[in-house]
Design a protein around this ligand. Sequence first.
Ligand SMILES: *Cc1c(COP(=O)(O)O)cnc(C)c1O
Length: 233
Amino acid sequence: MTMIQTHLQTVRARMAAACQGAGRASHDVTLLAVSKTFGADAVVEAYSAGQTAFGENYIQEAVEKIAQLRHLTQPPIEWHCIGPIQSNKTRLVAANFDWVHTVDRLKTAQRLSEQRPADLPPLQVCIQVNVDGGDTKSGVLPAEALALAQQVASLPNLRLRGVMSIPEPAPDFAAACAMFARVKAVFDALNAEGLALDTLSIGMSADMEAAIHAGSTMVRVGSAIFGGRPRSV
Ligand SMILES: *Cc1c(COP(=O)(O)O)cnc(C)c1O
């Protein structure tokens, strides 16, 4: 087993323990392996150990990796865009990814829907929510989430799946749980409005246990699988 494969096992064990501690079934939470800054060879190592969902932040880097790995079809790799999307990158995102977690403006969503190639299934989308209130951060404020979600849900080539957030790192488990609970509250409020969302994308290497405790259905884990990154991203 390679180092990446050993790390993957450890992460899966952490997820299973967190699910058990939270009284949840372990299949309720899926693992998105965040491979940003790592090469196609690292993705293949994880894929060989059964990992099929990968998250990427940098569109150009991702598009190259996706092209290199097109031959892996049994099973197919599911590519998730988890980075900020500039307007001039929506076409590449729409053509190459299966999911986008970072929709926080109607304009971006409209472009993604218009530019989604007709031969591909709808792009799976999460609305990014900012629960810290920092006004320079990505994400809609909780009060704006419903309006955006309803508009996104009406776009023909997108399928709204849920809510994503990247809260600031919290000092301890209880504080992390409290922050993630704010995201869960947005998720629950949208579902109460009939949006039928199934994906709550919260939790990273350092705080996946708290996120699972708060109701995460998808944790996005990078460094705990692939190791430290050269850039602090
Ligand atoms: C990099 C990144 C992750 C993974 O972070 P780790 O701390 O390495 O697990 C998750 N989500 C987003 C949006 C990221 O940019």
